[in-house]
Structure formats: structure tokens, C-alpha cells
Design a protein around this ligand. Structure first.
Ligand SMILES: [Zn+2]
Length: 194
């Protein structure tokens, strides 16, 4: 089957419309750029707005890149790999519901890649380097101290909150301010434990 399939796609351009119709009916439509599609959970790379690796999806913190991609009017759906435990995907599924985008799981064994989740469009968007930079790396480059980066998702003191607001305001979605009552209850800023 595999051999016959490549024989058909190989000479595809030389076939008449009728032959194409017949061949497509028998073997399915010819798959273009199959390697690229399997690398991005069955989507063409040029239709991918943003993607995360499996390890990134398994972080507790939401990647703001995915939130921004879901807000993009070209975004058509969220797709995630069936290889990832649903408890890690859940935070992104909630977001896709919030922004009214459908979500799909891809279980097919042929999608063996590092990609864990992506936001795709129905059209070519040519978003360039679509895989997000690791959050810790990105925020370190922006000058945030590691204890502040690692405090997410969670509460931080006013000082840390202001630091995030200045260096990476989009990240505030992953933080809350410690309130007076939190402090009374014994909660402390993870970046300022003393
Ligand atoms: Zn603090």
C-alpha cells in the first residue's frame, strides 16, 4: 500500500482530472509534505500560529503565547497530542472554550514528534518560528529573577508583582498579589520568604 501510494503521488501531476478523481477515491487524496504534517500533529506548518513542546505543556504555568494565538482572529482550533496526560492539557482546553475555539485531540500513532499542543488556522499564516521559547529562558532574558519566575502560578508580593508588570506584563495572568489577609493567614511571597 505504501509503495503504491508513492507511485500514485509521484506521477500525480501527469494525470487527467478523471484519473485523479479515481485515484483519490481509491487511495485517499495525495498527502503533500507528509513529514511536515506529522511534525505538527497533522497540520501544515504554515497554518500553525503557535506550538508548544510536550515538556512545555506539562509545565504548571500557562504559556501566554497560546493565549495570544487563541485570541488571534485567524485561529481556527486548538490541537493537542494524545500522548499527554489530560491534567496538563486541561488549562488550555479551558482557554479554548473561553475564546470560542474548538479543540481536537490527535491520537494517531504516526504523529511522533516533540510537539504537544498547537493553535492552527484554516489558512496559511507563515508565523515563522512557531514553537515557543521556554518560559523560564524567556523570562530570565527579560530580567526576572528565577524565584519570581518559579512562583507562577501563584501569589507574589507587591514588589515582585511590579517587577513582572515592568518586565513581562503579559505574564501577570499567571500571578496574583498577596493580600493583607493572605499574609495574616501566613502566606509568603515565594521570592521573598523572609
Ligand atoms: Zn516578592
Amino acid at each position: 500500500m505504501e509503495k503504491e501510494f508513492s507511485k500514485i503521488t509521484g506521477s500525480w501531476n501527469n494525470k487527467s482530472e478523471l484519473e485523479k478523481t479515481i485515484a483519490a477515491g481509491v487511495y485517499g487524496a495525495p498527502e503533500l509534505k507528509p513529514d511536515e504534517k506529522s511534525a505538527f500533529l497533522g497540520e501544515f506548518k504554515e497554518r500553525v500560529l503557535r506550538a508548544l513542546t510536550k515538556a512545555q505543556v506539562e509545565e504548571n504555568t500557562v504559556y501566554v503565547e497560546i493565549v495570544l494565538a487563541l485570541q488571534d482572529k485567524r485561529a481556527a482550533r486548538l490541537i493537542y497530542s494524545g500522548d499527554i496526560d489530560y491534567r496538563y492539557v486541561d488549562k488550555y482546553v479551558k482557554l479554548s472554550r473561553k475564546y470560542g475555539k474548538p479543540y481536537t485531540i490527535r491520537q494517531d500513532q504516526k504523529y511522533k514528534s516533540d510537539i504537544g499542543l498547537l493553535v492552527a488556522s484554516n489558512e496559511a499564516v507563515d508565523a515563522g518560528a512557531v514553537v515557543a521559547v521556554n518560559r523560564e529562558e524567556r523570562l530570565t532574558r527579560l530580567g526576572l529573577p528565577l524565584p519570581v519566575i518559579k512562583a507562577a502560578p501563584g501569589k507574589v508580593c507587591d514588589e515582585c508583582y511590579a517587577l513582572i508588570e515592568q518586565a513581562a506584563p503579559e505574564e501577570l495572568m499567571n500571578y496574583e498579589r498577596l493580600t493583607f489577609f493572605d499574609r495574616l493567614a501566613g502566606e509568603k511571597c515565594p521570592a521573598h520568604p523572609d
